[in-house]
Design a protein around this ligand. Sequence first.
Ligand SMILES: [Zn+2]
Length: 549
Amino acid sequence: MAYHALYRKWRPIVFDDVIGQSHITNTLKNEINSSRIAHAYLFTGTRGTGKTSTAKILSRAVNCPSSTDGNPCNECEVCKAIMNETCLDVQEIDAASNTGVDNIRDIISQVQYIPSMGKYKVFIIDEVHMLSKGAFNALLKTLEEPPAHVIFILATTEVQQIPATILSRCQRFDFKTISISDIVSNIQKILNGEGINADFDALEYVAYLGDGSMRDSLSILDQCLAFKENDLTLSDVVDVVGAVDDKILYEFASDVANCDTESALRRFNDCVNSGKNFDNIAKGLLSVFREIIMYKINKDNFSVSKLKRGYLESCADSFAIESLVNCINILSECIAQFKTFSSQRVLCECTLIRLTTPSLNTDIDSALSRLSALENKVSAIANGSVKISVSNTAPVQNSSVDDEIPLPEPPGEDASYDAPPAFDEPASNSAQTPPSPSEGYEKIVSNWSEVMSHIMTSGKLSLYTTLFTAKPSVSGNELTIHVDDPDKKHSVSEPANIAAIKDALLSLFALDVKVTVTTESSSQGVDSEDIFANLGAMEKKFPGNFKLD
Ligand SMILES: [Zn+2]
């Protein structure tokens, strides 16, 4: 027996079987029940969402003499003739291969004749955006004054390419991408009909790969069933499509969160050795970072498999949105370079090094992303949701030399200044060589990153952020802080903030300093290198500690 693709075999034949588009099929059924049928319809939406199937059902429903509740009976002579494509009243034109004026004139010449079997002549024009300008013009005349027995159904994935004059003559229906749960339940129904078993995880993964398209999901399922006829598992699907397992991709994400370059490169090597191609690894990782962003933005309405939701839950808090956007930028650059770069392997490895070593990226986006990641970590520590080990010199992984530091108290409104700093040891270099007061006030400018560290670790997060781009200058015993705008000046000048800065200067340099804030620019001060040095010092203080379960 000839094998029929699942998509063709299980194409919906009544409106009620069209998945995920009830907003459209209910309207069409109502129109048919009340005989208020339009003369031109435009079906738009991404591929595989049911546009052509709905058009075919509509072409029968309007012609079927014994339709029930707007659905065609599919049993009568007319329905059968249309289904067998022997009825001349219904014509399907693929505009992708019939783009010219002559093709449209050909249609128009048939419009004047009355239908031979049913009530309506139906012209379904698929991929209508492919028509030439001349062809659209020819079509427009007929759409303006169509004979009463003619219905046009235009279908397109690219509605923005359709001329406004055409759009305004059509009743438009937007087909939605189909949710994973809708696709899974439909696939399950089809497999039950075929007597085939498959794990739920496998079906969820097929639906995920189908990306909202029923046709694509069923094509992937066909491919999997060609490989294994029954008892399909998740790992079968992963093997067939050559994808990288989600678990591995999320482990890569955890390497990025932990800045663990060694682990990421080892994982990459394992993937390559097990036959995964570079493109699938990079694109898979890109889609993981996209998923984490979408999940963070709209946790409850994010359509995702149960398994993946578990991964997302365990890692979403480890990333700030800025870091994720930065990761996506880096991966997009990598994917764009695949065609021109001589070694895809080297390109992927460099990309993983960039992702896991934020200090290599010195543009402002990366700086913001790193700052944001730090803020996340410090807030998590401050509100007690995360425990970290703080180390002055040791690498992150080497926990034996780390000192467990008790959690700082959450900073109160005003209490933060009076409270002893939670992390009262200064960063390593100043700990080894404590500055003496005799070294003078210039010390403040050259050790500004120490001052910033002190402010951050004492829990004054918003002051730290505001001062991030500020520049200090010193004259006599007076420190002037140069900020970009009046708002920042106002904020830094608040007594509690001035007190926090003075406190930092007193503890670090034993200097009692007069502090003023100005919006005037400074000739002295920090440049971008200092900003990155400052970030680097802070990141060492707050190493990542996120692990995927
Ligand atoms: Zn019928």
